[in-house]
Design a protein around this ligand. Structure first.
Ligand code: GRF
Length: 190
């Protein structure tokens, strides 16, 4: 199973995938890692791992449509079976979703459909829920919508801040992403 991983930030989920592949625990080929901006730790991790790494810089394109078209073409050029949005903080176009329909995997740090959007951890805390978690799902044209593949709960503890909670969620999220990819790789047609 060939995958392209898209990142915007620190790329710890990406690192978990890289480590699992290197350890022989995950039978996927990381065809490339892409980012929407230069200079992120995610890009650095990818380069350090010797992976094909590209940036389609959102701010270098005059319009969102042009950025989207460039991203779609670049990702498609690697002929991935699955595209992984791993902390990729951009809404992609309908064209991108159509091109990779049913093959665009997203991870989200909340139990969807609760708390979608860029601040899933903060919003869960603000609401006052006692349990949140993370979700791996097939992304469609909505914001953090689409068929759910796997979820795991994380309890919110007294004294948690957004940062401490997010770090605990990410520990679970990394494991869930790797195990989901392993399941998909074992039965790619499902
Ligand atoms: C993850 O929690 C992801 O779900 C969210 O941002 C975080 C990215 O973490 N959208 P990292 O870049 O993989 O460390």
């Amino acid at each position: 199973m060939r995958i392209v991983v898209l990142v915007s930030g620190t790329g710890s989920n990406l690192q978990a995938v890289i480590d699992a592949v290197k350890a022989g625990e995950l039978d996927v080929e990381i065809a490339a890692v892409g980012a929407d901006r230069e200079g992120t730790y995610g890009v650095e991790r990818s380069s350090e791992a010797g992976l094909e790494t590209f940036v389609v810089n959102f701010n270098s394109f005059p319009t969102r449509d042009e950025w989207d078209a460039a991203l779609t073409a670049r990702v498609a050029s690697y002929a991935p079976d699955v595209v992984v949005s791993s902390g990729f903080m951009r809404i992609v176009s309908a064209e991108f979703i159509d091109t990779f329909h049913g093959r665009y995997l997203n991870t989200h740090p909340a139990l969807l459909p609760a708390f979608p959007g860029a601040h899933g951890v903060r919003d869960a805390m603000a609401y006052g829920v006692k349990v949140t978690g993370c979700t791996v799902h097939w992304a469609d044209a909505g914001v953090d919508t689409g068929p759910i593949i796997a979820q795991e709960a994380v309890t919110i503890e007294d004294g948690d801040t957004e940062e401490t909670l997010h770090e605990r969620i990410k520990v679970v999220e990394r494991r869930l992403l790797v195990s989901t990819l392993a399941s998909l790789a074992a039965s790619p047609a499902s």
